[in-house]
Ligand binder design. Structure first.
Ligand SMILES: Nc1ncnc2c1ncn2[C@@H]1O[C@H](COP(=O)(O)OP(=O)(O)OP(=O)(O)O)[C@@H](O)[C@H]1O
Length: 270
């Protein structure tokens, strides 16, 4: 994976970004920096603006105000294939891939790197096979993508992102429909790639265990940023999510030696 950004320059720099539909402002003056190599989680209640913000970062939404810089360049100044080489996206809803095989769907990750009508070379095939092995889908390579289980589909889409060789991987709730084992597996797989990741989460304990940093958004505004220990406080959970909870340390510590906050929710409170 490429990590060419000098460490003192944020890979992604969101400056005063606002975005809305019609007269409704949905994102309000968002400021955010994502540093190379970090795994950053975006959390917030339903309708807070997580998907809207991520869409501004992968150029689906154009901000009405402010700028999103990638490596110091406004992303809207880059050609779309140039940006697609640098940023891969894994979404929650897997778009229908017609009758493509797993291999073919993963091969689509090469598209931004290839010219029109150029064929798949042996080196390309090796890259695809390597990515299929990395996500543990070697036995499913010839199977149709649509027939994969939800967790296998998400792993195939991560393999597509691996083939794309991005500097940044954006994931919008990629584990929402998965059982607990696949939730952990898909996120650990993304983490193992060593690429900068910005991912939205609904499971706050999973976000706590996976992320170096968390960003909290509510009503289109960023309310908290910091390490999971700094962000996941009982006050924040009450103020932002409206839940009554206790935060303790998880029995495990993170690979970097930090404690992992673990939330226990209380029921029956208004
Ligand atoms: N294209 C659109 N047209 C109208 N309203 C929109 C559009 N996109 C987003 N919104 C509104 O903006 C708000 C934020 O939506 P968004 O999907 O970004 O929230 P979210 O934090 O991802 O929510 P969830 O956790 O429920 O997925 C919501 O009120 C949503 O209805």
């Amino acid at each position: 994976m490429h990590t060419q950004t000098p460490l003192n320059i944020p890979l992604l720099n969101v400056k005063n970004v606002s975005w809305g539909i019609g007269n409704k402002t949905i994102l309000k003056k968002i400021n955010l920096k994502i540093t190379t190599g970090k795994f950053v989680g975006l959390i917030g209640p339903n309708g807070a603006g997580k998907s809207s913000l991520l869409r501004c970062l992968y150029r689906f939404n154009k901000p009405s105000d402010g700028v999103v810089e990638f490596n110091n360049t406004d992303i809207w100044q880059l050609k779309s294939d140039e940006y697609a080489k640098k940023v891969a996206v894994v979404l929650q809803e897997t778009p229908s891939q017609f009758n493509l095989s797993v291999f073919d769907v993963i091969a689509l990750g090469l598209t931004p790197h290839k010219s029109l009508f150029s064929s798949v070379t042996n080196i390309d095939k090796q890259k695809i096979t390597q990515a299929i092995n990395t996500v543990g889908l070697a036995d499913h390579s010839g199977q149709s993508f649509e027939s994969l289980s939800g967790g296998e589909k998400q792993r195939a889409l991560i393999a597509r992102a691996i083939v794309q060789q991005p500097q940044l991987l954006i994931m919008d709730e990629p584990t929402s429909h998965l059982d607990v084992k696949y939730q952990i597996q898909v996120m650990e797989l993304a983490k193992s790639l060593g690429v900068t990741v910005f991912a939205s989460f609904h499971d706050l304990n999973l976000a706590s265990a996976m992320c170096d940093e968390l960003v909290v958004i509510k009503n289109g505004e960023i309310t908290h940023t910091g390490t999971p220990s700094e962000v996941l406080t009982e006050n924040m959970l009450g103020d932002v999510f409206g839940v009554c909870a206790q935060v303790n340390n998880h029995p495990q510590i993170s690979k970097s030696g930090n404690s992992i906050p673990h939330i226990t929710y209380f029921y029956g409170y208004e």
